[in-house]
Design a protein around this ligand. Structure first.
Ligand code: NDP
Length: 236
């Protein structure tokens, strides 16, 4: 049994974030999720927040701290795609994806680090993607935002590692959620053929890796990229 912690998951109202919140709850932690719409799983606190807005993130943390005390584990999961080929990608397609996926994680981690530094304890987990390292035609914006998270986690590890804070990246492959259901069937079939495991994953298969990284057993792991991709990236 790992120590019970106060956990915040961004984008916890559906998909991978919802499953991560469920898994933390099942393991006995105090869980809050941020959401722009809808709610996290039963038993967690849901607060409204948009990761593109630092004031909204700050207000969400303040609300959670008033209920549960300082956030000890933060999972930056909120993310979007705006896929199109480079030649067609607008400035806004690029910057909006980077603003949500990368700058959003920066805002959340920065706000979380205040309480973590005081407590001399923290677990930071950033949800990247196999395509952050593998590249992906039609996802220049998304891939760039997801590889940026690795530099973020590794630099945080160097800055805060001596204060009991770890920062790691989880890089999922193809997970069954709304995000991937939106892809054309032919593209889904092509992905499936290239995955050594021969199947897609469920959100809970990602969630269990995230809870492990946040737990007592992973205290000496920091700056790592953990693939959860059925072998697609070959461990990168
Ligand atoms: P979904 O599209 O199902 O959910 C995305 C979540 O992010 C929603 O909760 C959404 O909230 C939230 N979100 C998006 N923009 C913002 C914002 N500006 N502020 C706050 N919340 C926001 O995605 P998945 O569950 O599939 O993906 C979760 C994470 O995992 C993402 O970072 C994604 O890139 C990553 N990932 C997913 C893979 C997959 O195969 N599905 C593979 C690799 C990585 P709302 O409902 O309000 O829009």
């Amino acid at each position: 049994m790992t120590t019970a912690r106060t956990v915040l998951v961004t984008g916890g109202n559906r998909g991978i974030g919802f499953a991560i919140a469920e898994e933390f709850l099942a393991q006995g932690h105090r869980v809050a999720v941020t959401s722009r719409s809808g709610h996290g799983p039963a038993g967690c606190v849901t607060v409204r927040a948009d990761v593109t807005d630092a004031a909204s993130i700050d207000a969400a943390f303040t609300e959670i701290e008033a209920i549960y005390g300082p956030v000890e584990v933060v999972v930056a999961n909120a993310g979007i795609t705006r896929d199109t080929l480079l030649m067609r990608m607008s400035e806004d397609d690029f910057t909006s994806v980077v603003d949500t996926n990368l700058s959003g994680a920066f805002r959340v981690v920065k706000r979380a680090s205040k309480g973590m530094l005081k407590a001399r304890f923290g677990r930071i987990v950033l949800i990247s993607s196999v395509v952050g390292l593998y590249g992906s035609a039609g996802q220049v914006n998304y891939s760039a935002s997801k590889s940026g998270l690795i530099g973020l986690a590794r630099s945080v590890t160097r800055e805060l590692g001596a204060r009991g804070i770890t920062a790691n990246v989880v890089a999922p492959g193809f997970i069954e959620t709304d995000m991937t259901a939106a892809l054309p069937e032919a593209q889904q079939a092509e992905y499936q053929r290239s995955i050594p495991a021969g199947r897609f994953a469920t959100p809970s298969e990602v969630a269990r890796v995230v809870t492990w990284l946040a737990g007592d057993d992973a205290a000496y792991i920091s700056g790592a990229v953990i693939p959860v991709d059925g072998g697609l990236g070959m461990g990168h």
